[in-house]
Design a protein around this ligand. Structure first.
Ligand code: FAD
Length: 400
């Protein structure tokens, strides 16, 4: 009987594993099913562009069935409800049950709002294509409504968090707002972009050069930086800050932190710090036929530190997880996963970025080009040179 492999989640981890299986499985060796909430894969590392409206929808989303090149994998658009590990069955929200011999959990991340009153209900999240599309639609509505009521809180755009994602979001807003002002005939000096960060500086954990470059860049572009400041409460029309200020604002984009998918905590799994503990072969601890990778997994790089939730980690894990799934069904020995950090580049709009690549610190236009190279490499791994050309020829600024 052919073994059944089921992959949950079509993000970086799930898709790259699927591509690996397509390449390495012999015909009729296994039945593979990939299950994802949507028929499209969103390029999560560019979601801030959807939020600001600086990239077209088809630049950020890729149709999953088109990415799967062979008939070795069946794609199912469905939402996972739960997993019965005893019966080896995945239960879907539509009532369907899918049997597996080997399971891969690659269900990704969720946004963590740390229980701050009003944030969960009122803030916009950089979580998925839909959630970021909602940011842009909300901004359009605010510009439109401002034309009649002239309420300044409509044109006050606040990003909470000046970490990697927060800075990338701010960079896109800097690029998007002038175009929106033109479109809605609103003077640019009526708009405010505010970045609120609890730490003392932007990009905590980055080197001083990157911090200084980013601080100068965003301030030169009119961004109000409020460091050492916390958001204590959020309503649909205002924010309360740690210094007692009441800031009228109708747009809070929350970029304060991420956690593992909450679904994982409902399952009978070893979860620590919201992520599933995995062994060196990427198998869930205590479950030999269940693997977990990407933002959902807690892989310890040493006794005390886990790997960070990044696409880079998810992709590298997928490249090992695919062959390990095949080794498992063939009864061969599995390969241990080793992470090789290649660098980190945070974009600040389309023409500037900061970070380091292979240990070399970079900033400015060159760093922005490197960011494009990183994105192109992912597309290349996913769909070869044709996908790179197709995606890079798509519009960067469709809306303004
Ligand atoms: P995901 O990409 O989150 O994929 C999970 C998939 O599971 C999704 O398709 C989701 O729809 C699906 N899913 C979830 N729940 C269910 C369910 N119940 N049923 C069915 N399907 C479900 N990382 C970097 O390395 N470099 C960067 O430059 C970088 N930039 C980033 C910029 C932004 C704005 C953001 C938000 C993140 C960035 N990251 C970056 C982090 C990176 O995007 C994540 O680490 C990566 O997406 C994790 O991949 P994953 O496969 O684990 O999960």
């Amino acid at each position: 009987m052919k073994k059944k492999i089921v992959i949950l989640g079509g993000g970086y981890g799930g898709l790259i594993t699927s591509r690996k299986l397509e390449k390495l499985l012999k015909d009729n060796e296994a039945e593979v099913t990939l299950i994802n909430k949507h028929e499209y894969h969103y390029i999560a590392t560019q979601l801030h562009k959807t939020g600001a409206g600086t990239a077209s929808d088809d630049k950020i989303t890729l149709h999953i069935p088109e990415l799967l090149k062979t008939n070795k994998i069946t794609f199912k658009k469905a939402t996972v409800d739960t997993v019965d590990f005893n019966q080896q069955q995945v239960h879907l929200e539509n009532g369907e049950k899918v049997n597996y011999d080997y399971l891969l959990l690659s269900l990704g991340y969720e946004v963590d709002t740390f229980g701050i009153p009003g944030v969960e209900e009122n803030a916009f999240k950089i979580r998925s294509f839909r959630s970021t599309k909602a940011i842009y639609n909300h901004m359009l509505h605010q510009f439109e409504a401002y034309q009649s009521d002239k309420d300044p809180s409509r044109l006050t755009f606040v990003v909470a968090g000046a970490g990697f994602t927060g800075v990338e979001m701010i960079g896109e807003l800097v690029e998007a707002i002038p175009g929106l002002c033109k479109k809605f005939d609103v003077p640019i000096n009526k708009t405010r972009i505010i970045n609120i960060e609890a730490s003392e500086s932007v990009l905590p954990g980055f080197d001083k050069k990157a911090i200084d470059f980013t601080t100068d860049y965003v301030q030169k572009h009119g961004v109000e930086l409020m460091t050492s400041t916390k958001i204590m409460e959020c309503s649909p029309t205002s924010l309360t800050l740690s210094d007692g200020t009441d800031l009228p604002a109708r747009t809070l984009i929350w970029s304060g932190g991420v956690r593992g998918n909450r679904l994982l905590e409902k399952l009978d799994l070893p979860v620590e710090k919201s992520r599933v503990k995995v062994d060196s072969y990427l198998r869930v601890q205590g479950k030999e036929n269940v693997f977990c990778i990407g933002d959902a997994a807690r892989f310890m790089k040493n006794d005390t530190e886990a790997l960070p939730p990044t696409a880079q980690v998810a992709i590298q894990q997928a490249e090992v997880c695919g062959p390990n799934l095949i080794a498992a069904i063939r009864g061969e020995s599995l390969k241990t996963f080793e992470y090789h950090h290649k660098g980190t580049v945070a974009s600040i709009g389309n023409t500037a970025a900061v970070g380091n690549v292979f240990g070399i610190k970079i900033s400015g236009l060159f760093a922005a080009l490197m960011k494009q190279v990183v994105e192109a490499r992912y597309l290349f791994v996913l769909g070869g040179p044709m996908l790179v050309i197709k995606q890079f020829s798509k519009l960067q600024k469709p809306y303004q």
